[in-house]
Design a protein around this ligand. Sequence first.
Ligand code: CU
Length: 189
Amino acid sequence: MHVHNYEKLWLGASLLLIVGFISTIVYGAAGAGVTMVNDEGGHVNPNNLGNTSGFDDPGVTKIGPSEYEVHVAALRFAFQPGTIEVPANSTVTFYVTSRDVIHGFQIVGTNANTMVIPGEVSKITVNFDEPGEYGIVCHEYCGAGHHSMAAELLVKEPSNFTMQTDTQTPTSGNGPTNATATPTGGESA
Ligand SMILES: [Cu+2]
């Protein structure tokens, strides 16, 4: 069978493309560590987040020498908490869920990017090696205020980092405000 030279050229070029496409996927999965968010984070009742461990007081929890957990609740049109602080050189696992409708959660400039579905907990682990500031945005249209739905992540120099143990202000406190911060289980480095 005679195959024309041009035909050989195109066959070769298309095979090369296919190999190229497959290599980008293999590189993304094996080299860059790109993975899909699965249902490992578990399920919650979106109407009862106030009584759900972690989401009853969203924020940062220290779980190891340089490991942190962050619970984030998305709602129209904000993230709770609105400011997240973690130290650099840490591994941070985000647990994100929604109080109302489908939202998105993207830490801009990282590969942390997931849909946030009521009833589901999206779990993403990110390593932060350097101090920096990241925007967090909702990238699933969720209503009239969607464009303003954002939060910020501050990766601090470890020497400047102190755990914020309680960012919630009591709504019905009596007496003078007790402004003394009492870190629970906080150790100074
Ligand atoms: Cu949104």
